[in-house]
Write a protein that binds this ligand. Structure first.
Ligand SMILES: C[S@@+](CC[C@H](N)C(=O)[O-])C[C@H]1O[C@@H](n2cnc3c(N)ncnc32)[C@H](O)[C@@H]1O
Length: 261
């Protein structure tokens, strides 16, 4: 029921998926192997498939969403391999994909660090992953304004706002949390940009010939602006100090999502 509700409501903002698909398609050569992690109804994959001869796979944990996405791809006359599976335990061999996208889903993952590690594993060396998600500090006034512009009826509008307030913002991450989790996967570089309500994270898997990946997020600060770099450096130094203590207080986000303190 939730899957059907989501499919109908997001289908009203199809422009967003078309615009993203166009942006991505412009950057990808023909034949590129693309993975969308958690595609839900599959709108992005389907729009991308209309724009070029890419080999596109979507992996979602929900059987209902997989069924809906397959049906929509067939109605749209495009070929996308929609499969059921978990982001933190993907049924793909190492180094399979040239590009990966994960939109509006990361905050829902039960093992976020495990999911990042899997994303990195299935990407080919030197390939790029894009994660788009809500940021924890997204202002509720802006959320309300955007939801008002989504073309929903009064009930769905109220329900969507309630979902943002009570669930989505609660599960969302801050930029610092993202940077920390990414430092626990094998990615080489991380660029986190703030958009209206969220982040667009662009991250690249280390190539074979490159030095060992970054382990502390003070290196990720190379990507951000000077002010943030200064603040980030202080935080990173403090964090590294605390990580060196025997009782490390480094957060374990996978454990926390499973309800442990
Ligand atoms: C809000 S929907 C987003 C769908 C789509 N990416 C979009 O932009 O419309 C979140 C999706 O994440 C999927 N999901 C949640 N946890 C997952 C996991 N561990 N592995 C794979 N998919 C997951 C859900 O089934 C759902 O389809």
């Amino acid at each position: 029921m939730v899957a059907k509700w989501y499919t109908t409501n997001t289908g009203k903002s199809l422009d967003e998926f078309t615009t993203l698909a166009q942006r991505v398609a412009n950057e990808l050569p023909a034949g590129t192997r693309v993975l969308e992690v958690a595609p839900g109804p599959g709108y992005f994959c389907i729009e991308l498939a209309k724009l070029g001869s890419f080999s596109i796979t979507g992996l979602d944990i929900s059987y209902t969403f997989v069924e809906i996405a397959r049906k929509k791809a067939s109605e749209g006359g495009v070929s996308v391999d929609f499969r059921q599976g978990n982001a933190s335990s993907m049924p793909f061999a190492d180094n399979t994909f040239d590009f990966l996208v994960c939109r509006a889903a990361f905050k829902n993952f039960g093992k976020p660090v495990g999911a990042l590690q899997e994303m990195c594993r299935v990407l080919k060396p030197g390939s790029q992953g894009m994660i788009i998600d809500l940021r924890k500090d997204a202002p509720m006034e802006l959320i309300n304004r955007l939801v008002d512009g989504m073309g929903l009826n009064a009930v769905n509008k109220a329900l969507t706002k309630l979902t943002f307030r009570t669930m989505l913002l609660k599960n969302a991450y801050t930029k610092e949390q993202f940077r920390y989790m990414l430092s626990q996967a094998n990615f080489r570089s991380v660029d986190i940009r703030e958009a209206d309500l969220g982040f667009e994270i662009s991250t690249t898997k280390q190539s074979h010939h490159e030095p060992a990946p970054l382990r502390c997020d003070h290196r990720a600060n190379q990507q951000i602006d000077d002010t943030e770099r200064r603040q980030g450096r202080d935080r990173a130094v403090n964090r590294m100090r605390s990580e060196r203590r025997p009782s490390s207080r480094a957060p374990d986000y996978d454990r926390q999502r499973r309800g442990h303190p």
